[in-house]
Design a protein. Structure first.
Length: 425
């Protein structure tokens, strides 16, 4: 925002004697100052018009979003606080008032299109938890409170994905299976989580788009107010992946950008799980870079930024921020686990650190004579991501995963302050 300075000179109405030389010089100086200010203001206005400034951010100078065109952006609508609940975290769930949508993870799609309900002699774990009284209790409480409950349908096996997407009969079988679930349980939305690893063909990419279109048409025809969302790797915004972002966007209510796992358990160097910045100079890419690609193809309100309630830890060669890791030592570090670890700060010689490039915390410690590094999310790093969401006016956030925070309110208090309270101001 620019501030214009106006100076108004109003002469006395009564006649006055001719001004002295000193008063004339004083007036001349004032007039010169006003003219100078107007000239400077004019130059700044022209510069702003000719070269739009990047959006100013409260983060730091690295956080200016240079892919924007200078428009004033901000939180203009209610934000979605979408939380994935994996079936294995059900006993750790503490429902928080900030949550707007709980997304149950998940039921698996087989290669033949049928939803898998049985694994050998046992009920498939996701389905087993779904049909429990505990799930019905949680979902009823949310729905009674005006919240939403989504079902995630997932597929991660490459061979199954190819078989499924290449078969119309398999897709029709899936829709029949989906109907059975939607009629039996009070879901208000469906989330598609199909993740293919490896090189993608044009044909397979088109087949996924066609499948999403088919699901959208089916839900619109048979159900009222049943939303459809899809999960995408963050790299889909800038790279050629399974998801044709521009073609899929009109078919869904939300695209959930899985903006995490930039470093993984298998990484050969320690590094942030969800870096806002840093890019190719420090790691392969960052959230800011990929979101720029999404925003060229998708309305901002359709994007939910995936945020992690977890990190990763490794045994490392040193305490350096990007130290080399020892093979097969990586492990998931939930927010709850990190808090338990910090309670042993003295005995483990824990050092708490901050990676300014990624805007991410990490800690180092010693155990059994070995050195370890954990990158994770805390209230500060999450706060910066929520600033990012508000400034880009995204639809909201999607948390992976509910239960990883334990019974702590630290992360939820930031969501309350940065998302909910800001909207009410």
């Amino acid at each position: 925002m620019m501030t214009e300075i106006f100076t108004k000179y109003v002469p006395d109405t009564a006649p006055s004697p001719a001004p002295s030389r000193r008063s004339w010089l004083t007036w001349k100086k004032k007039l010169g100052l006003v003219v100078s200010l107007l000239l400077v203001t004019g130059v700044l206005v022209f510069a702003w018009w000719a070269n739009p400034l990047p959006l100013l951010s409260p983060l730091n100078s690295a956080a200016t979003f240079r892919f924007l065109s200078g428009e004033t952006l901000g939180a203009t609508s209610e934000k979605i606080v979408y939380g994935f609940l994996p079936y294995w975290n059900f006993n750790d769930l503490a429902l928080q008032p900030e949550l707007t949508t709980l997304s149950y993870f998940s039921l698996t799609i087989g290669g033949d299109g049928a939803i898998i309900l049985q694994e050998g002699d046992h009920t498939e774990p996701g389905y087993n938890r779904l049909k429990s009284d505990q799930f019905l209790d949680v979902s009823s409480r949310l729905l009674d409170d005006g919240k939403r409950v989504d079902l995630v349908v997932s597929q991660f096996d490459n061979d199954d994905i190819v078989s499924f997407l290449n078969s119309e009969a398999a897709q029709d079988r899936f829709l029949d299976s989906l109907d059975s679930v939607l009629l039996a349980y009070p879901f208000s939305g469906v989330n598609i989580d199909i993740e293919y690893s490896g090189e993608v063909t044009d044909h397979l990419r088109q087949q996924l788009t066609t499948f999403v279109q088919k699901v959208n048409t089916h839900l619109d025809t048979k159900y009222r107010n049943t939303q459809l969302s899809i999960d995408m790797y963050a790299g889909a915004g800038t790279n050629y992946t399974l998801w044709d972002v521009a073609a899929i966007a009109p078919e869904v209510d939300y695209i959930i950008v899985m903006a995490y796992d930039f470093h993984r358990k298998s990484s050969t160097q320690a590094g942030p799980v969800a870096p806002l910045f840093g890019g190719k100079e420090l790691w392969d890419s960052d959230i800011s870079e990929h979101l720029a690609g999404f925003l060229k193809k998708v309305p901002s309100q359709k994007i939910l930024l995936g945020v992690p309630f977890y990190g990763y830890g490794w045994q490392t060669t040193t305490r350096d921020a990007q130290s080399n890791t020892f093979p097969q030592t990586g492990s998931t570090a939930t927010f709850k686990y990190v808090q338990e670890l910090l309670a042993q700060k003295t005995e483990l010689a824990i050092q708490e650190n901050w990676n300014e490039e990624a805007l991410s915390p990490y800690l180092t410690y010693e155990k059994g004579g070995e050195t370890y590094i954990i990158y994770y999310e805390n209230s500060r790093s999450l706060s910066y991501k929520l600033d990012f969401v508000n400034q880009l006016d995204l639809g909201g956030i999607a948390i992976w995963a509910l239960g990883y925070e334990g019974d702590s309110r630290e992360l939820w208090d930031v969501i309350n302050r940065k998302v909910l309270l800001q909207q009410s101001e």
